[in-house]
Design a protein around this ligand. Structure first.
Ligand code: NAD
Length: 264
């Protein structure tokens, strides 16, 4: 079924077909159709409901850390059980063609990998919420173990190897960006001939600088988003529509009632 913004989606399909080295740059908007709210959508965005915890506060205060674990293990558990939607499947399909250098994502939900994009092609600028690490020794901690501890003792204690602070493997506001991922994203952006932004308000820096950089380096820039972004005036194509149907159309996938299906 073609999306409502058919003409623009047609143009996006033409850009994707003509490109040889594509980079997708995705944000929270690609996962809203999987039931995970974004940050800034009016009414449903997470920030309309609770203030994000700053890294400095998490490190400085045990009470703040426990509040962060409480948010994670009680109340609405939006990340658990979320499944990739038509947009994730469409990107996975395009990655399988071999023309996609990388999927640079601000998301922490693992849904690109769950849709079948090889982990080596996904660059997670803001980390991954499906496990935790010690901030001092880097030891990986499984969330299931931390949740058991939280339920038994009402708190998550320090790292059992070194006594350091344990935190989900995400990059919080105020926390340094991951160097490897930033370098890999820069390489991909410098090599691409088309950058497709999918579901980002392009307001969170430094991540949002990558599509801008792609344009400056001479790549074509396409933005698919429900709302305006600050980069729209500089984009070669702006598609104002829902990501699932738009990207499914671009990738030749038919989202039917039983979920996305690959077309021949
Ligand atoms: P954002 O919330 O600032 O912007 C999301 C954009 O997507 C909005 O402009 C909205 O209009 C658009 N959008 C939402 N659903 C859409 C749909 N179905 N089709 C088309 N457009 C849609 O998100 P951001 O730019 O990624 O920045 C927010 C930060 O929040 C990121 O750093 C990210 O780490 C974090 N975050 C991640 C998740 C996740 O992992 N799924 C969820 C919430 C927030």
């Amino acid at each position: 079924m073609p999306p409502r913004n058919h003409g623009d989606a047609d143009r996006l399909r033409a850009l994707v077909d003509a490109a040889e080295r594509i980079v997708f740059f995705t944000g929270a908007g690609i996962s809203t159709e999987s039931g995970i709210p974004d940050f800034r959508s009016p009414g449903t965005g997470l920030w309309t409901k609770m203030k994000p915890i700053q890294f400095q506060d998490f490190v400085a205060s045990d009470a703040v850390r426990q509040e962060s674990w409480r948010r994670r293990f009680t109340g609405e558990r939006v990340l658990e059980g979320a499944q990739p939607n038509a947009g994730h499947h469409a990107i996975a399909r395009l990655v399988a063609t071999g023309k996609v250098l990388a999927v640079i994502t601000q998301n922490i939900d693992n849904l690109h990998q769950d849709a079948g994009v090889p982990a080596a092609r996904v660059i997670e600028l803001h980390g991954n919420a499906h496990h935790a690490r010690c901030l001092r020794c880097g030891l990986r901690h499984e969330l299931a173990d931390l949740e058991r501890e939280f339920r038994e003792t009402g708190r998550v204690g320090p790292c059992n190897a070194c006594g350091g602070i344990v935190k989900t493997a995400t990059i919080s506001f105020g926390q340094a960006m991951p160097e490897d991922e930033m370098a890999r994203a820069q390489d991909a952006i410098e090599a691409c001939d088309l950058c497709v932004v999918a579901g980002s308000s392009l307001q969170v820096y430094p991540a949002a600088g990558f599509p801008e950089y792609a344009k400056r380096r001479g790549a074509l820039l396409a933005i698919v988003n429900r709302e305006e972004t600050p980069l729209d005036p500089r984009a070669d194509l702006v598609v104002r529509g829902e990501l699932g149907p738009t990207l499914a159309f671009v990738a030749g996938i038919n989202p039917g009632p039983a979920g996305p299906r690959l077309s021949d």
